[in-house]
Design a protein around this ligand. Sequence first.
Ligand code: CA
Length: 652
Amino acid sequence: MQTCITNQKLSETLFKKQKAGMRKHINLMIFIGGLLSTSMLLAQKNSPIQISRIEPASWWVGMKNPELQILVYGNKIAETEVSLAGAKTGKTFANLEGITLKSIEKVENPNYLFINLDLTNAKAGTFHIIFSKGKEKLIKEYTLQNRRKPGEKYTSFGPADAIYLIMPDRFANGNPKNDEIKGMNQGLNRQDPFGRHGGDLLGIEKNLDYIADLGFTAIWLNPFAENNQPHESYHGYAITDFYKADARHGTNEDFKRLVEKAHSKNLKIIMDMVFGHCGSEHWFIKDLPEKSWIHQFPEFTRSNYRLSTIVDPYASNFDKDKMTKGWFDKHMPDLNQNNPRLARYLIQNAIWWIETFEIDGIRTDTHPYPYKEFTARLCKEIFEEYPNFNMVGEVWDRRVWVTAYWQKNSLSRDGYNSYLPSVTDFPLYFSLLESLHEDDNDWDWGMAKIYYTLVQDGLYSNPYQNVIFLDNHDLSRMATSYNRNLKMQKMALAMLATLRGIPQVFYGAEILAEGAGDNHGKLRIDFPGGWEGDKVNAFTKQGLTPEQIDFQEYTKKLFNWRKTAKVVHEGKFMHFVPENSVYVYFRYTDSETLMVINNNHKTEERIVDTKRFVERMNGFSKAYNPLTGEMLNDLSQIKVPAKTCMILELKK
Ligand code: CA
């Protein structure tokens, strides 16, 4: 840690000196307009000046934030002088009058340059960036595009949606030809639970109808960006190129087509982004621009994973530092977003994906691990460009107050505002799981656990925006954690569909797939039917057991109903203290009321006297059960079977 700080100070001093010198230089170099001479263009082809990356490769005019940082990577590129020129190539022409070259930053590694532009008055078109060294010149075209639509027009996901979570390597193999890519580290190995199994973006595209038919309206994809790691690259969380789909999942064009096709079927796409770490094989890790791009220690130092340290009034700096600066894993270097160039790089990358692909939302991995000032700035900048966008941050803690800290405008004693609209609701995940396993023969047990978790919703600024779930790619699958008990799973799923929040279901839950949380490789199953020659095919039901078909149909009925149930999308929540194993809550608007009765008793049916619910039931005489199709004509007493969540639409 100490070495890290020393390095950072050293690089800052170097950087300041370089910056002061450069500023004078730039003013002299910038020249406006003008066509490039033939000799200059010829020079591009044979130039000894080599550039391997320019990121972002293109940008837009008309963004709220007019500033753009262009990273240039090439052998000793810092030894060149940089100037801009207007270009006339084909139909495009950029008037350089609107483009201000603010600065060129050189850092401790001469293989990098950062070009800072102000695009306040820029027009769409192409201009040239000219790199010169002595008589040598290299010219790179840079394109500024018009935005496809104003940022306000971008919509996003919310409580009206139900999310289906997919791990791209494990859902469907749409293109077996990309299973092995020459020059990439890992090939196909379906026998290894931690190997690559060949699933890809095309496989998802081909099965969008299945997801839509189940009643889901959004898909959250675990990361699909390049993970060219030697081991366990399948999960996608060790990114080695922030701008590129992993070739084994397909291309950026495949992703674009997937988003467009999904939109045509009223499915939204939520992209998983990682800002806290990257893969050890990331190209910039192998040749760091500055030592301070990552947190470095004399020996491997793991994060303590204790999010609590960020909000704990008694936390030591030792524990806080370990949480934020420690590495997530040996092959995942921890990014230091306090480096201003890295911070800008990461924020621009997120905006680039939204603007290029019109994605409908972002799920941020390990949201509390980067510096909290950085994630707040990230969210703020995204929402300045896209006011109607939504982001959900992974906040993995079972305490409501720790989770709520990360939702924007929540009560925080230190005045912190995360600007993050949505958080993952782990407290509700744990209380649902425990309560359905327990008997209600104690003040605090059984349904009381859900009740008392929701009692704390006052700590959130908007609990209706919480993403709620029964499992995900890191947790034991629902069938496993609910003891393969069909009744319990049906109850839990119906509660998930009607409680406040945005429900998320992990692919395979609908066919009772199993897998324990202590073996990630195994719980991330190959979805049956996703691979050619699969004997079981969940898409067609071929080979599924009657129990699996029953649960798949139940899921379909439940979420197709939820899709049209405005009262769940917009309704307020009211609940009553659990009594005698029965927990009743309502969702209600001015025009509709939904009553949800949960009998948590393992074996006994309950006849629920409804007198104490008059506050919400007044004026209603009948109720329709959308899952069974039954109409109840007498609401004074309602019979609810053991371990059942009964959904009732109240009618006058
Ligand atoms: Ca494939």
